[in-house]
Design a protein. Sequence first.
Length: 75
Amino acid sequence: MKKYTFTVLIEKDEDGGFIATVPELKGCHTQGDTMVELMANVQEAVRLCLEVSEKHGIDVFNTDFIETKQLDMVM
């Protein structure tokens, strides 16, 4: 069993729900009406991406993604 750590980018959608993207995995995104639902959906989406990769030998890892950075500014 492998352990993975992924970045999850979360945005609010126009209907008040949430959209999540996992930039380390190609095409891995999902949505949910609440944060709890969203994070459950993210886990399922990641699991499915990894299963497809393993089962079909498809490279789902996005090698173009480097990292996230926090920018602090005082103006």
